[in-house]
Unconditional design. Structure first.
Length: 255
C-alpha cells in the first residue's frame, strides 16, 4: 500500500472503510476542518499519508487514527511542507512501533507550537533514537514524546538533544532508571534557569561511571538546588562535577 498514488479522495475513503471503523469515522469527522487549510491536492496528500500509515501493520491503524484526530490543529500550526514532514516522521515511527507513533501524534499539538518547524523531524528522531526494539525502550521513547511539551517549555532544543543523549547513555544501564529520571526532570528543570547546562554536564559524567546515583541526583537536586541562591548554584554544580571527576561516589549527598 505504501507509495500507492491514489487518484482521488473517493479511492482513499473506499480503502479506509476496509479498516477498523474508528479510522474512517475519525477521517470523516476531521476532513472538513482540514479542508479549510489545504487545497485539493494537499488534502489528497494528507489523506494518503494517513492511509499508507494505517496499512503498515496490524496495529498501525491506531496511529493513523491519532494522526487524523490531531490533524485539524496541526494544519493550523504547520505550513504544508512541514505538515507532510510531520506525517512522514510519524509514519517512520509507526514502522518501528505503533506505540511510538501514537505517543508522537498525541503530543504534537502541544509540542509543535514550541518547536521551530525545521525541528519537526529532529524531534521525532530524538524519540526514535531511544527505541531499541524492546518494550522497555518503547516505554522510554513513548514517555519522552508524552513529556515533550513540558520539556520544551524548560529546555532549548539543543539542551533537549543533550538530555536525550544522557537518557540514551543511562538506558544502556537501566531503562527503568532512565524513565524515572525523565519523569523527575519535570520537577527539577524549571528551577535551574541558565544552570541547566552545568547540571546536564554533571549527570552525564555521573551516568558514565556511577549510573546508580543518577536517580538520587535528580531526587536530591529537585529538593535542594531550587533553594540555593542563583549566583551560587552553578558554583555548587561545578564543584560537584570536579568531585565526580576525582572519583567521589557520593555526589548526590554533596548536593
Amino acid at each position: 500500500m505504501e507509495g500507492h498514488p491514489y487518484r482521488s479522495q473517493v479511492e482513499i475513503e473506499r480503502e479506509l472503510f476496509r479498516l477498523p471503523l474508528a479510522v474512517s469515522e475519525e477521517f470523516q469527522r476531521v476532513k472538513q476542518a482540514v479542508r479549510h487549510g489545504l487545497d485539493e491536492e494537499q488534502l489528497l496528500a494528507w489523506a494518503q499519508e494517513g492511509l499508507s500509515m494505517a496499512t503498515q501493520t496490524s496495529r498501525s491503524w491506531e496511529a493513523a487514527y491519532e494522526y487524523f484526530k490531531v490533524s485539524p490543529e496541526m494544519v493550523r500550526i504547520l505550513p504544508f511542507a512541514y505538515l507532510i514532514q510531520w506525517a512522514q516522521s510519524g509514519a517512520a515511527l509507526c514502522k518501528e512501533s505503533p506505540t511510538l507513533a501514537i505517543a508522537y501524534f498525541k503530543a504534537s499539538p502541544a509540542a509543535m507550537p514550541q518547536l521551530k518547524p525545521r525541528y519537526v523531524q529532529s524531534w521525532a528522531s530524538l524519540g526514535q533514537g531511544l527505541y531499541k526494539g524492546t518494550w522497555k525502550s518503547s516505554t522510554l521513547s513513548a514517555k519522552f514524546f508524552e513529556l515533550s511539551p513540558a520539556l520544551l517549555q524548560m529546555l532549548t532544543f539543543q539542551e533537549m538533544e543533550r538530555y536525550v543523549a544522557y537518557l540514551d547513555l543511562l538506558a544502556h544501564r537501566s531503562y527503568d532508571v532512565a524513565t524515572e529520571c525523565l519523569v523527575l526532570s519535570q520537577r527539577l528543570f524549571p528551577h535551574l534557569g541558565p544552570d541547566k547546562d552545568a547540571f546536564l554536564a554533571l549527570v552525564i559524567s555521573v551516568a558514565e561511571h556511577n549510573w546508580h546515583s543518577t536517580k538520587t541526583l535528580f531526587e536530591v537536586g529537585s529538593r535542594y538546588l531550587p533553594k540555593v541562591e542563583k549566583g551560587q548554584r552553578v558554583r555548587l554544580i561545578n564543584l560537584a562535577s570536579r568531585l565526580d571527576k576525582s572519583g567521589d561516589q557520593n555526589i548526590p549527598y554533596f548536593i
